[in-house]
Design a protein around this ligand. Sequence first.
Ligand SMILES: C[S@@+](CC[C@H](N)C(=O)[O-])C[C@H]1O[C@@H](n2cnc3c(N)ncnc32)[C@H](O)[C@@H]1O
Length: 299
Amino acid sequence: MDDETRGDLLAKLLTGDPGASPAAVREACERLLLNNDCPRPAPGSEEDDPRAGLFWILTMAWRTHRRLRDPLPTDPARAAALAYTLQTRPLRDDAHGQLFIDAPSLMRRAAAVMAFGTPALAVGDDDALTLALHQAGADDLAAIDIDERVLAYLEEASVGAIETHRIDVTRDPVPEALRGRFATVVTDPFRDLDGGLSFLTWAAACLRPDGHLIWVDHPDWSYEQPEVLETMERLGFELVAMREDVHAYPLSVALIRPDEVADALDLDRGWLRAITELTHAWSSIYVLERRPPDPMTVN
Ligand SMILES: C[S@@+](CC[C@H](N)C(=O)[O-])C[C@H]1O[C@@H](n2cnc3c(N)ncnc32)[C@H](O)[C@@H]1O
């Protein structure tokens, strides 16, 4: 299905009018959330709460519609070639919180890394970002992950060009070989405060003093994001750039289970299923750098 048809269908399901504007679709989603008593979930709220489920599906639905009407630049031929390469990667493992972005998104993530340069490190790389960078001609690439399958795949597919380390960021110290070494470190961390900070502080320790930390996240599914950012600011980092809704994670009914949400909130199963099938989850890019020392500080 092409993007235009997908956008028309989403708009029709949400407003009754296939030609509704992104603003009208957003308004309809926000009204539906209000009518079903589904406010933004509080930090730490239960993942399987159906009200949080509806909030998430409808918020990602209007964001998807907006992107379908105002797409980001892509190179379809290169994206198709990348998707072909990635067919042999290991299946996603829920136990490690893995969820893949699509190939056009992966190209955008690689472009963001290249904007800040190599050497570059991926802290967690189920998306095979380092492989996309390698195929685009970048070198001096490294990836760490808890999942040995991911690391073996990156090594094999790059014929040893990507340096890999098996690391659990919640427990393992930063090896000297990685500390303070990278111009760019990129991470798509867990969505809770402790998980998010484990990834980000580990990533930060691998940055050169002038390096850039690319943090992938979204406030509509990472409800503790303001606290994570505050903590990073206290640790001496500042947010220098942000791009909204850059990476798409295709969803499936099996993954999101809209029927359970529909039943709990007395909504039409077919309607919510159709919306879920047309919707992608989105993440945004946040770029952090070390705050320069305050020249007025007297030691
Ligand atoms: C954390 S997952 C993505 C999370 C997802 N964006 C979310 O919000 O749930 C990204 C990568 O981190 C890896 N990973 C998960 N737990 C890890 C850990 N404790 N240490 C290092 N890597 C880990 C996964 O295998 C995956 O490749």
